[in-house]
Every structure is written in structure tokens, then in C-alpha cells.
Design a protein. Structure first.
Length: 400
């Protein structure tokens, strides 16, 4: 052995294996340099090899979106999904822009979801609208859609005939989980007194912690009691849908500062927040200020434009009729006006008692006179000589 050991260095039989490592095969030397630095830093090389963690390293890039090397069939699958969605009238690139996970959904899952919705009697136009409004539905498997329909029918008590209408009105219902979203919101709405949730199913997609409770807290902070606040939301549940900053704060500030009204009117008419501030509330309030009249919120906002203008003209002719308390005296004056006009105009003009046709001048004079008397009765109670005559029993149809 002592003779062979010095012999090996002289003949140098093994060195030819080293040059390929360092010179002739530089590409092969890189992987070894990547694997062995950790080994060289340790004294025991056999036990320092963790064989399992290393195979996982090259798998990470293959599952992340950025890698430039897709699977062999990804291009064809991408084209098939694009052609399929466009065949039913959907813009594929618009869908993935709003919901990128559609890229990774299989064509089979997309078809099964669309086929399931079609089996629920949704037309192609309805499917196109629903999926365009909420692309998330395309990534919901058909097995997860069935529990949503079951929940709406059995727990929310939606009528079967109204089911399509409910989905068309709020497609996002099909993208919500029954256990974590829909059922918890249903229980909360029922707990505060909204019994017929089926009329307000769009609220089921709202988060209790992030949307419903903060809106209740807001109205309590501005001065309403908890009972008053809950009463407002029960009488007008869509109040939950409005933004605090973009709706509540802006309209409430205009209501308090510009209109100078009392919060009691908001409590009685929470629908105030459903009207446009720029297109309905401001213009009508400014007209009322110019005319010197003040309508209750329902009369100010709920009426059509034609009816609103008629009310303005009516208030100009009868300025004392500003609320329902004056309605009784007004009706009495109207009856008196009609009776007086009849007695003054249609008087017998011939010996046989026939009624003559009144002239235009006579008609205008009588009407002006009686309107002035009627306007006077709106300011203060009518005098004794202007009281309406008694109505006989057989003349009850007058009041009708």
C-alpha cells in the first residue's frame, strides 16, 4: 500500500475527471455549485442532504401566474374558453379584467355553471346580463349554486315565480356563500324586525359587520335613539344600501343647513335619502323658497313634476292651505263657492222659469268674487254670512 500510494500521484489516473468539471463542462458544473455550497459549509455531507425540500423549489414557479412557460395545452384551452364565452355574447377580456380567476377556471366548469343556470329557465339574454354584472359567478361551481337557490326558496321564503326576478335584480347573490354570508345576514335582518326579507333580498349580500351595523350606528350618532333608528330601517330597508359619506352626510347637511328642517321629518320620511340631491331635492327646495311655500317632505319629493307644479300654483291661489289642518275649512269654502256660483249664474230669466245661459263677463265676475272669499276663509275662519248652507240628507253625494 505504501508503494501504490505514491504511485497514484505520479501517473495521475484520476485528474482527467476534474477538468470537465471546471473547464470542459461549465454548464454541468453550475448545478453542482448550486447544490453543494451548503454541503461544503457543513462537516458531515451525508446527513446534510434534505432530498425532499429541493424538489419543491422548481414547482413553485409552475403554479404562480408570472411564469412565461405555460402548460402545453394552455393556449388551446385559453382559446376554447374565449370562444365559448363569446358564443353566448360575453366579452372574455372584459370578464378577466374584472375577475382574473376566470383564466384558471376549466372549460368544463364554465360550461357546467352556464348549463345549470340555463336549466333554471334563465334565457340567453338574462345569462349575458347576469354574468356581465357579476363575473364571479363563472368561477362558482354548479354544485355550490344549488344550495343558494334552496336557501332563497326555503329560508328567505322567496316565491318560486319570483326567483328569476330576484337573481336578475341582484346577481351577486349567486356568488355568496350560504353559511358565511347569506344566512347570517338573514338572521340579523329578522332580528331587528324586517320580517319579509324576500322583498329586500339584495340586502342579503351585505356584510353585517361592515355595512349594516355601521349605518345603524351613524343615525344614532346624529341624534336618533336606537328604537327610532331601527324603526326607520324597518319601514324603509333600502336605507341600508346608501353610502354614509356620499349619501347620508351630503343630504343630511343640506337638510339641516340649507333647508333648516327638523330631524323629526327624517324619522317620519326616511325615503328622503333615496332622492337625488342635485336633480330633485335642491331644485324643488329652491323653487319653494322663491314661491314662499313649504311642503312636507313627501309632497316635496314623491310627487311627479306635473303634480308638484300644480301644488305650487294651488298654494299661490290659496296661500292659507299649507297643511292638512286647513283642509276642512277649505272644503267647506269649496262647497259654498259651488253653491253660490250655481245660484248666481243659473237664475230663472224667463217668466216660465227657464234657465238662461250666463254671459262670459257674468261668469268671470262671480268666480273672482267667490275665489276672493274662499282665499279669505283660508286665512281666518269664514264669517257667519259666508258659512256653507246645510246639506240635505238626499244630497250626500255632494261630499263624495
Amino acid at each position: 500500500m505504501q508503494d501504490t500510494l505514491p504511485f497514484l500521484p505520479k501517473n495521475n489516473p484520476f485528474p482527467p475527471l476534474l477538468p470537465p468539471h471546471h473547464h470542459d463542462f461549465p454548464l454541468l458544473s453550475r448545478p453542482k455549485n448550486l447544490h453543494f455550497p451548503t454541503f461544503s459549509s457543513r462537516t458531515i455531507t451525508p446527513t446534510s442532504l434534505p432530498p425532499k425540500p429541493h424538489p419543491k423549489i422548481p414547482q413553485i414557479p409552475s403554479t404562480s401566474p408570472p411564469p412565461p412557460m405555460p402548460p402545453p395545452n394552455s393556449h388551446s384551452d385559453f382559446q376554447e374558453k374565449m370562444l365559448y364565452l363569446e358564443s353566448i355574447g360575453l366579452d372574455f377580456f372584459s370578464l378577466i379584467q374584472h375577475h382574473p380567476p376566470i383564466i384558471f377556471a376549466s372549460l368544463h366548469d364554465l360550461k357546467s355553471t352556464v348549463d345549470f343556470l340555463a336549466s333554471m329557465s334563465f334565457t340567453t339574454l338574462e345569462l349575458r346580463r347576469i354574468l356581465s354584472m357579476c363575473p364571479h359567478i363563472l368561477t362558482v361551481k354548479s354544485t355550490s349554486l344549488l344550495p343558494i337557490f334552496t336557501f332563497l326558496l326555503r329560508e328567505a321564503h322567496v316565491n318560486g315565480s319570483d326567483l328569476k326576478k330576484v337573481i336578475n335584480r341582484r346577481p351577486r347573490l349567486l356568488a355568496c356563500n350560504v353559511e358565511t354570508q347569506l344566512r347570517s345576514t338573514l338572521y340579523f335582518l329578522q332580528s331587528i324586525g324586517i320580517s319579509e326579507v324576500k322583498k329586500h333580498t339584495s340586502l342579503l349580500t351585505c356584510s353585517v359587520e361592515n355595512k349594516l351595523i355601521p349605518r345603524i350606528d351613524y343615525f344614532q350618532k346624529i341624534g336618533f335613539s336606537h328604537r327610532q333608528t331601527i324603526s326607520m330601517f324597518c319601514r324603509f330597508p333600502p336605507l341600508f344600501n346608501y353610502s354614509i359619506k356620499e349619501n347620508y352626510e351630503l343630504k343630511l347637511n343640506y337638510f339641516m343647513v340649507e333647508m333648516g328642517r327638523d330631524l323629526r321629518e327624517i324619522r317620519e320620511f326616511p325615503q328622503y335619502f333615496s332622492f337625488s340631491l342635485e336633480n330633485r331635492i335642491k331644485p324643488r327646495h329652491q323653487i319653494c323658497v322663491e314661491k314662499g311655500v313649504c311642503f312636507p317632505l313627501p309632497a316635496l319629493l314623491k310627487t311627479s313634476e306635473v303634480e308638484f307644479r300644480s301644488r305650487l300654483e294651488f298654494s299661490r291661489v290659496f296661500p292659507g292651505l299649507k297643511d292638512r289642518q286647513n283642509l276642512g275649512p277649505f272644503l267647506v269654502s269649496c262647497v259654498f263657492l259651488i253653491r253660490t256660483v250655481q245660484s248666481n249664474i243659473f237664475e230663472p230669466t224667463a217668466m216660465d222659469g227657464t234657465v238662461g245661459i250666463p254671459s262670459t263677463e257674468n261668469l268671470n265676475a262671480v268666480l273672482k268674487s267667490q275665489i276672493m272669499k274662499c282665499r279669505y276663509s283660508m286665512v281666518e275662519p269664514p264669517p257667519s254670512h259666508l258659512k256653507a248652507p246645510k246639506v240635505d240628507k238626499n244630497e250626500d253625494e255632494w261630499h263624495e
